[in-house]
Design a protein around this ligand. Structure first.
Ligand SMILES: [Zn+2]
Length: 132
């Protein structure tokens, strides 16, 4: 069901759309209709916001053993990014050498091709992160 989940969340992946809970102020990405902290109190109070797309590397790992479709880009870096708004996103860090990636490094999201479904001919896009 990974694919279904991907497509359901796809609009927010394109736009970095999150929601802010009107009750506790927590920001959630991908957007949800109910805050996991406030539950019923948050009903109807979730307000859509757009993440600015900037943050810093919280932690990362360099992937040397990639699935075959990612063979030509390895080694590559997958990082958890602490966005300026406080939410954490996981994504690939690009446009730099894996050895240049450091904890605390400032990055900005950028829209890139994530992959393609060869049989369906579908190419899908999402965010990756590049050094600022
Ligand atoms: Zn809340």
């Amino acid at each position: 069901m990974v694919t279904a989940r991907f497509w359901r969340e796809n609009p927010s992946r394109y736009n970095l759309t999150a929601v802010r809970c009107g009750s506790c102020g927590r920001i959630l990405f991908p957007p949800r209709s109910i805050c996991p902290v406030c539950h019923r109190k948050s009903l109807g109070k979730m307000k859509e916001i757009k993440l600015r797309g900037e943050g810093e590397v919280l932690t990362f790992s360099v992937v040397h053993d990639a699935p075959s479709q990612l063979d030509k880009i390895k080694p590559y870096v997958i990082a958890i990014i602490q966005m300026d708004e406080g939410v954490r996103l996981t994504g690939q860090v690009i446009d730099c050498d894996p050895s240049d990636v450091k904890i605390g490094m400032k990055v900005r999201s950028t829209m890139r091709k994530l992959g393609e479904d060869g049989q369906a001919g579908v190419i899908y896009y999402g965010y990756k992160f590049a050094p600022v």
